[in-house]
Design a protein around this ligand. Structure first.
Ligand SMILES: [Zn+2]
Length: 382
């Protein structure tokens, strides 16, 4: 064993021993105090039944006083404007996406090449998504491919800049204006594709992905990988989009699981968290199918201030995302204990972090051309 590691180990061991001793002392003191308090209550002669009752309730319970599994929260100053970014941002006709210009985008085909992955492809190398969504996408497709051995799956739409969305919008409205139906092309600034968290599947046989046949597995199992089918026929009145079985949106595993099991679209889920799982109320508890436990809550942004003090757990890993409307959603990884000060490890890979390198999207022209070539309506999936 290298000397440094063994030294670090012994320091940690010593630290743990000291902590245990401190815990024991606290526990002992609590028991003593609790007991003496209890004794005092007992010796006070009671003349009134009600008074005795109140005194009994106030006796401190030594067993909960030092619960090592109890999560302790402390305020963390977060820039209020960061409520516009993260895995759970709601982007729709009412909520615009504000690009930071520094989204951590990766080329799907480059990543596939690097991993030697040939289970699916994208239209071109300039088809990008946010880095944290790539691995879940690849894992999902790999698992699907292992079952169906189908080589026709292709990512046909992914990240778009606002400028590219403008081109698509102009093109679409020039073709079919005023049909009065729910939009297929979102207004520039209001497309989920601009977040880098959404992508559209197609298939290279007929370019008509409907989430049926071999592909049904993807639509049925995507929540296990952190994705949801964003626009379903059932939720059309809420999302204001027609059904798009090809459009997947990354939200993260616990959220995708809860939304799927409870049949909630993102609009409904964001509202539920805001109304029922505020930090000061009950927190939403979710166990995923991999055995991980999560605690989720909403905290409103202080829009009058530059910084919002969001309560976050200490010594436990967590992720934080804006909801793009009025606050933050904190996802606590209950079982992932960590050293105090390094709880927010996921910030480094989350789009929440603004530190990632920029991948400029200079591909609007070529991508637009590719899209124009498509012949059937379903291939133009927005
Ligand atoms: Zn789409």
């Amino acid at each position: 064993m290298p000397k440094d590691i063994s030294k670090e180990k012994s320091i940690r061991k010593a630290k743990t021993t000291v902590e245990l001793v401190i815990c024991a002392v606290i526990l002992g003191t609590s028991v003593f105090l609790g007991k003496s308090c209890f004794d005092r209550v007992k010796v006070v002669p009671s003349t009134n039944k009600e008074a005795t009752k109140i005194e009994e309730i106030e006796i401190p319970d030594p067993s909960t006083a030092v619960d090592p599994n109890k999560i302790v929260f402390a305020p963390s100053p977060i820039e209020t404007k960061k409520k516009f970014s993260g895995n759970l941002i709601l982007v729709n006709n009412d909520n615009e996406y504000f690009s930071t210009g520094t989204e951590n985008l990766v080329s799907i085909m480059t990543k596939n090449d690097e991993a030697g992955r040939s289970t699916f492809t994208a239209v071109d190398y300039d088809y990008t998504i946010l880095e944290p969504a790539y691995e879940p996408l690849a894992k999902m497709v790999d698992d699907w491919h292992e079952i169906y051995n189908n080589d026709t799956l292709i990512v046909y739409g992914s990240h778009r800049t606002k400028e590219f969305q403008q081109q698509l919008y102009d093109q679409f409205t020039a073709d079919t204006s005023g049909d009065g139906e729910a939009p297929i092309v979102a207004l520039p600034g209001f497309s989920e594709h601009e977040t880098g968290l959404a992508f559209d599947f197609s298939e290279t046989t007929e370019y008509n992905y409907q989430g049926t046949g071999d592909f049904q597995w993807l639509n049925n199992n995507c929540h296990k990988y952190g994705f949801v089918i964003r626009y379903t026929e059932e939720k059309e009145a809420i999302t204001e989009y027609r059904s798009e079985p090809w459009h997947f949106r990354y939200v993260g595993i616990p959220h995708a699981k809860y939304m799927t099991e409870n049949n909630l679209c993102l609009e409904e889920y964001i509202e539920l968290l805001r109304n029922a799982y505020n930090y000061n109320d009950e927190h939403l508890k979710i166990n995923d199918e991999y055995g991980a436990a999560y605690e989720i809550y909403f905290y409103p942004s202080d829009d009058a201030a530059e910084v919002t003090n969001v309560p976050v757990p200490t010594g436990v890993k967590y992720e934080i995302s804006g909801n793009n409307v009025d606050g933050f959603i904190v996802t606590v990884h209950v079982d992932e204990k960590t050293e105090i000060g390094s709880e927010n490890l996921s910030f480094t890979t989350s789009p929440y972090s603004f530190s990632a390198t920029t991948t400029a999207d200079s591909s609007a022209e070529t991508t637009a051309d590719t899209t124009t070539d498509s012949t059937t309506e379903t291939t133009v999936a927005y």
